[in-house]
Design a binder for this molecule. Structure first.
Ligand SMILES: [Fe+2]
Length: 245
């Protein structure tokens, strides 16, 4: 029997700050809610918050998001980004069984399908996580998906590639190359919409709900302060994805 087509919403890099504060003059809470309440985000099977939920790990930020999500019937998977702190996040989100040696990584099984989540908050994916990923993906019959905050490759983004790319990219790519039942990887961090082919895999970089950064200039240049987010439909031998704004 064909597997169910899962509809997954991805919100990334919301960079929410202290209560009552704009972040870089942007109403990031309003932007988050625009994405969350969008008509394109209805009837989700899963919502993923792929890191940099907060601007500087502010408890107010996690409290705001947890409060927005509290009545949601949709399961939510969160991972930290480089602006987050797992210890603070644990106070607001149920990360039971998902934090190992201070890193938040786990598999999530839904409707007979398996999705993996990694923690790249310190700018690397630890060897411990890479070994775990290799072992766990080998146990899954059929294709898996992977979410992490940092792209595991350069993305032809002149500003982010130069300054903020994943530090142990070679090690991460060597592990990913061994995982044959992984074709699609979803990330954030770059505040841009980019699609990159990485060997037999495709990396989808999801833009931010805070603001977008111009990928064509090597200094910081704000492209837009409007929120963007992604919807993914994933089934057997099937994947469609689109960014909305
Ligand atoms: Fe980031």
């Amino acid at each position: 029997m064909d597997r169910k087509v899962l509809k997954i919403g991805q919100i990334s890099d919301s960079h929410i700050g202290k209560d009552g504060c704009l972040v870089q003059e942007i109403d990031v809470r309003k932007n988050f809610l625009t994405a969350y309440n969008s008509k394109f985000m209805k009837n989700l099977d899963l919502l993923v918050l792929s890191g940099d939920l907060a601007d500087y790990a502010e408890p107010d930020a996690y409290s705001f998001i947890a409060n927005v999500l509290k009545d949601s019937k949709v399961p939510v998977c969160v991972i930290p980004g480089n602006h987050d702190n797992v210890e603070v996040m644990e106070k607001f989100f149920d990360l039971k069984g998902k934090v190992h040696n201070g890193k938040c990584y786990y598999r999530y099984d839904i409707e007979g399908q398996t999705i993996f989540f990694l923690d790249s908050a310190d700018g690397t994916v630890s060897s411990e996580q890479l070994s775990w990923l290799e072992e766990e993906t080998a146990k899954v019959d059929g294709e898996v998906l992977l979410f992490l905050h940092h792209p595991p490759c350069h993305c032809n983004h002149k500003f982010m590639d130069l300054r903020y790319s994943l530090k142990n990219m070679d090690e991460v790519q060597a592990t990913l190359a061994k995982i044959k039942n992984l074709k699609y990887i979803f990330v954030g961090h770059y505040h841009s919409e980019i699609k990159v082919e990485l060997g037999d895999k495709t990396v989808f970089v999801t833009p931010s709900t805070q603001m977008q950064i111009d990928p064509n200039i090597s200094v910081f240049c704000l492209n837009s302060a409007a929120p963007r987010w992604r919807v993914i439909e994933w089934g057997e031998n099937f994947l469609e994805t689109k960014v909305y704004f």
